[in-house]
Every structure is written in C-alpha cells, then in structure tokens.
Design a protein around this ligand. Structure first.
Ligand SMILES: [Zn+2]
Length: 95
C-alpha cells in the first residue's frame, strides 16, 4: 500500500492528491461497507490514480489501480481499488 493512503484534506470532499472536488459515488448493495455513498476522486489525471497502476504492477503483478475515496460513515479516507478507468463510473451520483 502507498504510505499516503490515510491523508485526508481539511475539506474531505476535495482530493488531497489533485485538489479536485470528489464525486459522490453510490456504494453497491452487495458490498460490505455500511455507507450509502463515498466521495471518490474520478480524476483520471490524479497522481494517486496514475501512480497506482505502476505501483500495483510492480508490487502485486496486477493491472489495477485505486482512486482516493472518503467514507463519510466512518470518517476515513483511503484507496478504493479499480480495474479500469471506467470502473465505478456507472454509480456516480450527479448533483
Ligand atoms: Zn485525486
């Protein structure tokens, strides 16, 4: 895991890695998370997401990455694994 995984911004809806506003993302019913939604950084140029591919390839031999997310129900932030650039996008809650 990356060491910066637990860094949260003062404004938890802003990604600390790229300073972009994160989007609300509906947590799937079948997941083990109790939250209704997370804030997720869907910026494909986010350094966290970009570096994730390299990092996972090297350390896990897996072609995956992760996006920064904040879980408002637990008040924690960290990596949310994704398998492609388009993964998870279907559940973005547009406001
Ligand atoms: Zn970001």
């Amino acid at each position: 895991m990356l060491e910066e995984q637990t860094i949260c911004s003062d404004d938890v809806t802003i990604c600390p890695h790229c300073n972009q506003r994160m989007k609300k993302w509906r947590v799937p019913d079948f997941s083990t998370w109790s939250a209704d939604y997370f804030y997720v950084c869907f910026n494909d140029s986010c350094p966290y997401f970009v570096k994730g591919w390299e990092h996972m390839e090297k350390t896990m031999q897996q072609h995956t990455s992760y996006r920064h997310h904040y879980d408002p129900s637990r008040g924690v932030c960290g990596p949310l694994p994704v398998y492609s650039k388009t993964a998870l996008r279907g559940d973005i809650i547009e406001e």
